[in-house]
Design a protein around this ligand. Structure first.
Ligand code: SAH
Ligand code: SF4
Ligand code: F3S
Length: 472
């Protein structure tokens, strides 16, 4: 059973929120404006959802938000550790912030999230990036009011990266970006320990939120006008395993499907080892569950999969894909793939291409393997050179792009219901939205349609998106 942060502790944090608010009021009297915060998020949807919590806390503490660090009094970067380039981007930003802080010494700089949940990173920041004022890890998010207050009152770097399995906290403020779609975390952490992956080390053990908490959050969202819900977890198929009551992910999906006002339900991510007939059946029978599935396979070769500790074979994976396609013929499929896992040979990589050709995904997120300190795979040797890995990566894109385009071609001429996400960045006459199957469609329309469902006939297909026109 997952542990919760006690109510008394949440109340204690709320007293710090009041103290912060008082400070913000004083700031406003002195400066004629509210203090300004700039937040940036790296990494996955879970991190985006955490940033919404951070922004909720800051809004409650009297901050307003700005898009640029240059205009801010407080900068918070919510970091990701999944690959080296995610960490390098943060170091790059820290260099820029150093310059800004030289001309604006009162700027407060905070780093949080997965990257700083690693000891060696915190040591490096303490040595090399002394201009950082606050560091807090993934398990300390609920403490942000206290930590920020202490930071503002002190001249020393404040650090809270306590390593725990992680507890769940409820009932803290949250400020969401989107009015029609919302992410709802149903569980935190991961127990799978895929041999290449840092996530279990920085996010703690799997812990499920109680269903009544999830359902009441969704009902409140619906009351605020949200119609599309994306249920989040590193492996949503494990939902409920740690709860006292008998409930699994399929049961939860059915409960969300029953909530009036919810129109679309999506979820991420599913681990293939726990993806089975019950869930396929639930997806097929629950009307609001979108015909979209993200099912990462990572690699096609059985020896590589075993070395990755993925706990399924190529054939088992393909069998699940066959079943889901048979039951839900218009399902749109996506996946994650790692190219260049240590020990992988060119011949073994051919199995990855074979899965691509057989599964026919609509889209693929492919990554070149990145060594993560402290994971078992970091000790393995490479068979392939960097050039060979890059060549395989390019080959994968070439094979997949053709499949993605072919999949999109099949949409042309048909009419789909699209939830309008927003106005195109380059042309304010153009709107962009998604079909039930998560295809991006661009079409002409008035911006008053944002957040609404419209019928769109697809007129043209590209590799990554579709063009269309509204059907009256
Ligand atoms: N929990 C999800 C994914 C989390 S990380 C799942 O298991 O599917 C998102 C993706 O990043 C993974 O699916 C994997 O493809 C990729 N990834 C994780 N660790 C990586 C590493 N060390 N190098 C390259 N890619 C990695
Ligand atoms: Fe990482 Fe594997 Fe957990 Fe996904 S399931 S977060 S890849 S350890
Ligand atoms: Fe990155 Fe942490 Fe998500 S490592 S992918 S932000 S869980």
């Amino acid at each position: 059973m997952a542990e919760y942060i006690e109510k008394a502790e949440i109340e204690r944090q709320k007293t710090y929120l009041l103290k912060l608010k008082e400070q913000s009021n004083n700031f406003a009297i002195k400066n004629g404006r509210k203090p300004r915060a700039n937040t940036e998020t790296y990494g996955c949807q879970q991190n985006e959802n955490d940033t919404e919590r951070i922004r909720g806390i800051l809004a409650e503490a009297g901050y307003e938000f700005v898009d640029k660090a240059e205009d801010a009094d407080l900068v918070i970067y919510n970091t990701c550790a999944v690959r080296e380039n995610a960490e390098d981007r943060v170091y790059g930003r820290l260099g820029i912030l150093k310059h800004i802080k030289e001309s604006k010494p009162e700027l407060t700089i905070a780093l949080c999230g997965c990257m700083v949940q690693q000891e060696h990173i915190v040591e490096r920041i303490k040595k090399v990036h002394r201009h950082v004022d606050l560091i807090f890890g993934t398990h300390a998010l609920y403490k942000l009011p206290e930590l920020l207050y202490n930071t503002l009152c002190s001249k020393k770097m404040v650090i809270d990266t306590e390593n725990s399995d992680g507890k769940i906290f409820e009932d803290m403020p949250i400020l969401r970006d989107d009015n029609s779609k919302a992410w709802v975390s149903i569980m935190y952490g991961c127990n799978n320990f895929c041999s290449y992956c840092i996530v279990p080390y920085v996010r703690g053990r799997e812990r499920s939120r109680k269903p009544e908490m999830i359902l009441s959050e969704i009902k409140n969202l619906v009351a605020d006008g949200v119609t599309e819900i994306c249920l989040l977890g590193q492996n949503v198929n494990s939902y409920g395993k740690d709860l006292d009551e008998e409930i699994d992910f399929s049961d939860l999906l059915k409960m969300v499907n029953d909530i009036d006002g919810v129109e679309r339900i999506r979820f991420m991510t599913s681990h293939p080892k726990d993806f089975g007939d019950k869930l396929i059946d639930t997806m097929a029978t629950c009307q609001k569950v979108c015909h979209q599935l993200h099912l990462p396979f990572q690699a096609g070769n059985d020896r590589v999969l075993a070395e990755m500790n993925r706990k399924y074979t190529k054939e088992e994976y393909l069998e699940k894909i066959r079943k889901v396609k048979e039951r839900i013929p218009d399902i749109s499929l996506s996946t994650d793939i790692i190219v260049g896992f240590p020990t992988e040979t060119n011949e073994e990589f051919l199995d990855t291409l074979d899965v691509l050709r057989k599964a026919e995904f609509d889209s693929v997120f492919s990554f070149i393997y990145s060594k993560r300190e402290g994971t078992p795979a970091a000790k393995l040797d490479f068979v392939l050179t960097e050039e060979e890995i890059k060549k395989n990566f390019d080959k994968l894109l070439e094979v997949q792009n053709e499949i993605s385009k072919k999949k999109n071609d099949a949409y042309v001429g048909k009419v789909f219901e699209v939830l309008v996400d927003g106005v195109s960045k380059n042309n304010d006459q153009m709107l962009s939205g998604r079909t039930d199957t998560a295809k991006i469609v661009n079409f002409k329309g008035d911006k008053s349609l944002c957040g609404k469902y419209v019928k769109v006939r697809v007129t043209e297909s590209h590799t990554w998106s579709l063009n269309g026109e509204i059907v009256e």
